[in-house]
Design a protein around this ligand. Structure first.
Ligand code: CDP
Length: 805
């Protein structure tokens, strides 16, 4: 609002557009218990489904006897793979070009795998009947370690036996899925060979789970009279679900309506298609009544999509002065029993090739080997854009290890190697074009804000005091600087199951000057109804309070690829701005007619068109909207509507600088976060309050992952962390008081300069927390210790370093 006079500023403020910390409109219903989640849907005659799940991680299914279950009063059906086979629905395609059993077909490959689906009058009867289904298993050898899987004679995926080609090229072994290579192998090896300094480390990013507060579920209702199937579900991409449901079932797409109602968090967990959705649909088609399937917490943690499980081995080379010359990364990626990773088709390891991070690294090479094991399938981007968090964790750990090798300050090492402002757009060695950035400014601001030099001095004093026996607490200063890559497309590079990754917005202006806009995305708590109205308010001069935003109903919303990977603002947000501009262009023609001037004699003024040089002659958007419906305007169609399908020319590259100050009690392993400073740059900021909320949430999930959250297995493939007793979900008790800050470097190609933000704090937060733990022990010879850094593991690290002697 810089160039506006006072009166214009007042009008602009009334619109509650870009930059306004508008309160979240959706919270009125959420805070009053009026949200409408899948489990709130109740329909007359609705049946309930529940799964019989495998207690074994690897076993042959010798027989399934459903007689006792069927005999229970209230049980309507028990489906097994045999029932689904005639419909060719006992297996289903995954998003990664593999296929996955819907119900156990001959054997089970992970603990918690779906074996049979019981349909009953109510949830309790269904649960009782699950206990009555008798399954005879013959145990098979279990493999939970991907390195072992690649050596083992045991064939996990017998359905693929003998297949030497997978969806992503050659398979080297019967438990191998693919090798994905990016960059220059020979040149990188040459650079590493010639380097003055090389640091090497293996960094394990453990298996964890997005764990949304609302678990996954669906209600399917097949109306046999008009042939229409309606599915309400926890879907992050409802249109894709409709297309897949049509392809799988043979029901024409116009006869399928998919609705995502309110969703209680997704974080990647609700991108894929699960057996529960398929079984609910089949059961409704078979029974002719609605069927609901809602998983419980243990089922969610055990069987729906996991995240991470990447073993990353890196080599990073530099000159003695610390200028990085090359980076080599090899990943062994544990995909579990089926390759059900949710990535754009051409990227089997997602955007792991952003692993050169924020640094100007001239030569790099990345190879990823995907491997089958006896663990649950998934591999989703838990609050990150397609493996970016793995990439950021990897490079931010490698920088710290290199700093140790060079005996250099890690903040200074980063500064020396940052991509410079004038290098943007920057072509990375592994194939990305970073759109914009000003890393040095952000870094300097962050370090100044926390008094970095003072912290290092305090830390050094603490080490001395510890050595003198005056304290048992060490101090870690965790640093991280991350670059995210969000907003998939472009269509030419990114598709999911062949559907190009564009997004969309359709706007209808009503005669009285209010509006409805529908988008191809779906909020899971991010506040789209609030912020997308703000984009429009600034574009079309109608107050955000007069604009309804609707998402998630495929019968009404334009086709879109959904919400994950912080793509909503970069893609659907751009579509919204451009659809708004189409509205404005038509509005200009109408205003010109009403004011009896040429279109070019008008200029836009906040919420109206004004005759140039005659500011007293104008037409407000409200007046224009009314005219659009009530006046015959020569050469202009009645109505005021627009639609935009936006194929982004590039991703957006938000970035940030984080610092964590942590005290660690060497004797108990308890860590205390004294300070956490987060500077985020997501380009143009639509709603600063919502951004702040996104940052707090993302940091809290980062804290969880770095400091304790894990899906752990024992050697038998038993899930050891299947409940909240063992799976760490932080509460207000563990969460520190975050200090947030920002810089603004707009995206040059986004219509309003906005980049995504939802996932940035997670991507930058995980390495920051982890670096703080590692840094606390640097003075005592630690190079690297694996996450999650729970108290026990920290205690063990201290013990290994001899600090308990
Ligand atoms: O795709 P998803 O909604 O998860 O992520 P996002 O596009 O990063 O947006 C998360 C929330 O932050 C939305 O409500 C956005 O409109 C808002 N946001 C913002 O206010 N300004 C930005 N530059 C980016 C996002």
């Amino acid at each position: 609002m810089k160039d506006l006079n006072e009166e214009q500023q007042e009008r602009a403020a009334g619109l509650k557009g870009l930059g306004c910390s508008r309160k979240r409109v959706e919270d009125a219903r959420f805070t009053q218990g009026k949200g409408n989640y899948v489990d709130d849907i109740k329909m007359p005659g609705m049946l309930h489904g529940d799964f019989v799940r495998s207690p074994y991680a690897h076993a042959r299914v010798k027989s399934i006897n459903t007689d006792a279950a069927m005999a229970l009063d209230g049980v309507v059906a028990v489906l097994t793979a045999k029932d689904l086979e005639p419909l060719s629905l006992h297996w289903m395609p995954t998003l990664a070009g593999d296929k996955q059993m819907v119900l156990a077909d001959g054997k089970v490959l992970f603990q918690g795998q779906e074996v049979a689906f019981v349909v009953a009058r109510d949830r309790f009867i269904a649960a009782d009947a699950v206990e009555l289904v008798e399954v005879e298993y013959e145990e098979l050898p279990v493999i939970v370690n991907p390195f072992e899987a690649l050596q083992s004679d045991v064939v996990l995926r017998e359905d693929l036996a003998g297949q030497t080609e997978g969806a992503h090229g050659p398979r080297k072994h019967h438990n191998h899925i693919f090798t994905w290579e990016v960059g220059e192998k020979d040149a990188t090896e040459q650079v590493l060979g010639d380097a003055e300094v090389v640091a090497e480390e293996t960094v394990y990013y453990h298996r964890t789970h997005p764990c949304p507060l609302e678990t996954c579920g669906a209600v399917a209702s097949m109306d046999k009279v008009n042939g229409k199937l309606t599915v309400w579900g926890t879907f992050q991409a409802p249109h894709v679900v409709r297309t897949v449901a049509s392809l799988l079932s043979g029901i024409e797409e116009h006869n399928i309506r998919v609705v995502s109602p309110d969703i209680g968090g997704g974080f990647g967990n609700k991108v894929g298609v699960y057996p529960g959705y398929v079984c609910a649909i089949v059961a409704s088609i078979v029974t002719g009544v609605p069927v609901k399937w809602i998983e419980d917490r243990m089922e969610n943690l055990m069987s729906t999509a996991f995240a991470r499980d990447y073993w990353m081995t890196g080599k990073i080379s530099a000159t003695k002065e610390g200028k990085i010359t090359g980076l080599h990364c090899h990943v062994t990626a544990d995909h579990g029993a089926f390759d059900a990773c949710a990535d754009p088709t051409k990227f089997p390891a997602g955007f792991m090739n952003i692993c050169t991070g924020s640094y100007d690294i001239p030569t790099a090479y990345l190879a990823v080997d995907g491997v089958y094991t006896n663990k649950a399938p998934g591999g989703v981007s838990y609050r990150c854009s397609f493996r970016v968090t793995e990439a950021a964790y990897f490079i931010e750990r490698m920088i710290e290890v290199l700093a140790i090798e060079l005996n250099m300050d890690a903040a200074e090492l980063r500064r020396i190697n940052f991509i410079k402002k004038e290098q943007f757009p920057y072509q990375s060695a592994l194939g990305w074009e970073y759109d914009s950035g000003d890393y040095h400014t952000a870094w300097d601001k962050a370090l100044k804000a926390v008094d970095y030099e003072g912290l290092r001095k305090e830390q050094a004093d603490r080490v001395e005091a510890f050595k003198r026996g005056e304290t048992r607490k060490l101090m870690g200063v965790g640093l991280s600087f991350f670059t995210e890559i969000v907003g998939a497309g472009p269509v030419k590079n990114c598709d999911i199951l062949g559907m190009g990754m564009f997004d969309s917005c359709e706007i209808r202006i009503h005669p009285t000057g209010s509006a409805i806009a529908r988008l191809g995305t779906i909020s899971q708590g991010q506040g789209h109804a609030t912020t997308f109205a703000q984009i429009l308010a600034s574009e079309i001069g109608i107050s955000a309070d007069s604009i309804t935003i609707e998402e998630g109903d495929t019968d009404t919303a334009p086709y879109g690829l959904g919400t994950y990977g912080s793509r909503s603002t970069p893609v659907a947000g751009a579509a919204t701005a451009l659809a708004g501009r189409k509205i404005r262009a038509k509005a200009q023609m109408i205003a010109a007619y009403l004011l009896e001037v040429h279109d070019n004699d008008l200029e836009w003024d906040v919420d109206r068109f004004v005759v140039k040089g005659a500011p007293e002659r104008f037409k407000t958007m409200k007046e224009i909207a009314y005219a659009a419906y009530n006046q015959a305007i020569p050469g202009v169609e009645p109505g005021l509507e627009a639609v935009s399908y936006y194929d982004p020319p590039n991703m957006t590259y938000p970035f940030g600088a984080y610092v964590c100050v942590m005290d660690i009690d060497v004797d108990t392993g308890v860590q205390e976060i004294r300070k956490f400073y987060a500077l985020d740059d997501c380009g143009t900021r639509i709603n600063p309050m919502i951004i702040e909320g996104q940052v707090h949430g993302g940091l809290t999930e980062a804290l969880a992952v770095a400091l304790g959250q894990e899906i752990a297995y024992d050697d038998m493939g038993n899930v050891k962390t299947g409940t909240f007793m063992d799976f760490f979900l932080p509460t207000a008790w563990e969460v520190p008081n975050y200090i947030t800050d920002h810089t603004v470097t707009p995206s040059p190609h986004h219509p309003i300069g906005a980049k995504g933000v939802g996932e940035s704090p997670h991507v930058g937060g995980v390495p920051c927390f982890s670096n703080a733990v590692n840094d606390a022990f640097r003075a005592f010879g630690l190079r690297h210790t694996h996450m999650p850094h729970d108290h026990w593991r920290i205690w063990q690290t201290a013990n290994r370093l001899g600090l308990h002697d």
